[in-house]
Design a protein around this ligand. Structure first.
Ligand code: F3S
Length: 402
């Protein structure tokens, strides 16, 4: 890789050991992917925040890097942590877990990172422009940034996103390049998509088939940003899709690069007649529901409004969490108060997958999110019911799935 003078001096340790380590990581990545140079990135979003996933080894790795004097040089936010940082006791999380989690956050803060812990940074003040290069690492945020915003990021790991934040650059390869953003899988959607869970079921089905392909969807008549975040999150969970295009909707949706308007190469085509496989695969047959979790990816203002309307005047029987960013939670003061008057909990900074849910005694979770439904059995040891928002709210009120 060709390095500028500044990059060479960073690599030589002239800006300290923390910066040197960052450039070493990025250089190794650049060599693996055959990048010719580094390019500047305007923001970073760092995964590897929940102590549940990091464990003591991850915590020590971060504290060690922070102790080397590393500081970020671009706006950088964090992925969800394992606790609501300001109000973790309300979820029943143990002191021991919370103290370790707080040490993780302190390590990041000492590197100059804002402790805004969310997988929807684009709804919480970190909204790049189309074409802007960023280094994000949470898979649903990566998918949204590339596909819905038209910004450019590879699917970074936690350490490489942190390295990019500290060095202010990333190797130029993959989704930073025009030629690697072309669709190579055509998806013909022949069924109606009427809910967030329909988009999640579709994402689950396509992700399983697509791996890390770049799908181009035809036949999706309309999709708001909440639907697209659900679609992308599910595809990034059951597969490794980091970019997709939706004809007539997402900013780079055009059929390949050829002047004929056809996909440039003969792509594989998937035809989706119905969503049965998604709903069947993501559902257990459990009837009693003790946790209902909405907000994967973190809920938007619009979603909080819908939930508060559905809960208006109702009391819930089972535990109901609505997970969101702190910024959205603060902006939705009235909705939050209405939701919580039903007995539900609006929770910031964390989510149903990265919080230590398995230690809280829950057996079956209901959700309208394809991604959460996909991960809950393996990451949280939970049975799952997956359905519409209305079904989930009804389960919270009755304690039963119907
Ligand atoms: Fe976000 Fe947690 Fe879902 S990090 S995308 S709410 S699994």
């Amino acid at each position: 890789m060709e390095l500028t003078k500044e990059e060479q001096s960073m690599l030589d340790g002239e800006e300290g050991e923390g910066v040197q380590k960052a450039v070493e990581i990025l250089l190794a990545l650049g060599k693996i992917y055959d990048a010719g140079r580094f390019i500047p990135v305007s923001s970073a979003q760092v995964a590897g925040v929940s102590y549940k996933n990091l464990g003591d080894a991850g915590l020590e790795f971060l504290e060690d890097w922070a102790n080397k004097g590393a500081k970020v040089r671009i706006p950088t936010t964090l992925n969800p942590a394992g606790i609501d940082i300001e109000n973790w006791k309300k979820l029943g999380i143990s002191d021991e877990f919370a103290q370790k989690q707080i040490r993780v956050i302190e390590a990041y803060k000492s590197m100059g990172i804002q402790p805004s812990c969310t997988c929807t940074p684009y709804l919480a003040g970190n909204l790049p422009k189309q074409g802007e290069h960023v280094a994000w690492s949470e898979s649903s945020a990566v998918s949204y940034a590339n596909s819905v915003i038209g910004a450019r990021t590879n699917r970074e790991g936690g350490p490489s996103a942190l390295a990019a934040a500290i060095a202010g650059r990333t190797p130029e390869y993959g989704l930073h390049l025009d030629e690697d953003r072309e669709p190579n899988l055509l998806v013909e959607v022949k069924c109606e998509l009427n809910s967030i869970s329909d988009f999640g079921a579709l994402g689950y089905i396509i992700g399983k088939e697509a791996g890390n392909s770049i799908p181009y969807f035809k036949g999706i008549k309309q999709a708001d940003s909440d639907s697209l975040k659900s679609l992308g999150a599910a595809m990034a969970a059951s597969g490794a899709v980091a970019l997709y295009h939706v004809e007539g909707i997402t900013p780079e949706a055009k059929l390949g690069t050829t002047s004929t308007g056809e996909l440039g190469t003969t792509p594989e085509t998937l035809t989706i007649e119905n969503l049965d496989d998604g709903y069947k695969s993501l559902n257990s047959d459990a009837q009693d529901i003790d946790l209902i979790a909405i907000g994967c990816p973190h809920a938007s203002l619009n979603e909080l409004k819908k939930i508060s309307n559905l809960l208006d005047g109702k009391k819930i029987k089972s535990e109901l969490w609505i997970t969101t960013s702190r910024k959205i939670m603060l902006a939705a003061g009235n909705e939050v108060a209405k939701i919580e008057s039903s007995g539900a909990k609006v929770v910031a900074d964390t989510c149903m997958i990265v919080a230590p849910v398995e230690e809280l005694g829950f057996k079956t979770m209901a959700t309208n999110a394809g991604k959460a439904a996909f991960y809950a059995p393996s990451h949280c040891n939970l049975n799952v019911r997956f359905g519409t928002l209305e079904q989930c709210i009804n389960a919270a009120i009755t304690g039963k799935w119907s």
